[in-house]
Ligand binder design. Structure first.
Ligand code: BTN
Length: 251
């Protein structure tokens, strides 16, 4: 198996959370682009304090150390890398802003980017989960809004998905380091984003605002046309598609 030379990937059998493993290594001086994939992840973490379930031995559960002090577009860039990889098998896959990958409205992949360190001397950990295998029925019971490549008809190995994801990630990170979040990346993100035009509810802290997504601008900011007629620039938080809000699902 070949991986992009720049990413130094280690594979472990079991980890609690690969983000936590990389954090420990980073604190012990690990170099830029050290990465780890766990066959089994027992305490996967998601965004906003949620947990993340990993199909044992049938998921990408991978974290990468990125030694950059300020790289605010990493969540978008990572989503783009996963989306490009997944499209090899499922061309309909798309990004739900900011960094979920959906197929037919169901979540295939989630990304948790964390920044550690001080304001002037920090680093990022990019954690990516991609559901690959079919898993048994009980795995899906509590997450009816989730899917996997196998469930969508793509029989592919974890190592192949990981290899492609890391290839695209390393290429796009290289581009980002050279040029920043330029039109090339911004246009590619917009082309792959399925949130455009969606009727959504934006949730942030205790606030909820309904509206329609009218654009993702050159910086990756979401523009929401609210029911009250304002246009809000949204940098963070979650958007929930209204169709799914009504069916009790939170995507
Ligand atoms: C989300 O959608 O809420 C983000 C999920 C991120 C899951 C990945 S799996 C690899 C890495 N390790 C973790 O504990 N979380 C991320």
């Amino acid at each position: 198996m070949t991986y992009p030379k720049s990413i130094k990937l280690g594979i472990v059998k079991t980890a609690t959370s690969t983000n936590d493993v990389i954090r420990e290594r980073a604190e012990n001086g690990a170099e830029d682009l050290v990465a780890i994939q766990a066959d089994i992840q027992t305490m996967g973490r998601g965004r906003r304090g949620r947990s993340w379930a990993t199909i044992p031995e049938q998921s990408v559960a991978c974290s990468i150390l990125v030694r950059e002090n300020e790289a605010p577009h990493l969540p978008l860039l990572t989503a783009l890398s996963v989306c490009q990889a997944v499209k090899t098998w499922i061309p309909k896959a798309g990004i739900k802003w900011p960094n979920d990958i959906l197929i037919r409205g169901k979540k295939l992949s989630g990304i948790l980017v964390e920044r550690f360190g001080t304001a002037s001397n920090g680093y990022y950990i990019v954690g990516t989960g991609i559901n690959v295998g079919a898993a048994n029925d009980s795995f899906w019971q509590d997450i009816p809004h989730a899917t996997s490549l196998a469930r969508e008809g793509a029989e592919v190995s974890v190592s192949h998905v990981l290899e492609l994801y890391l290839k695209y990630f390393s290429q796009m990170l290289h581009h980002y380091r050279e040029h920043g979040w330029d039109n090339f990346l911004a246009d590619m993100y917009r082309d792959n984003c399925i949130s455009l035009g969606d009727s959504v509810t934006w949730k942030n802290g205790g606030r909820e605002i309904k509206g329609q997504v009218i654009d993702i601008d050159a910086e990756g900011t979401l523009l929401l046309h609210t029911e009250g007629g304002d246009t809000l620039r949204i940098l963070s938080g979650d958007i929930v598609r209204d169709a799914q809000l009504h069916s009790g699902e939170q995507l």
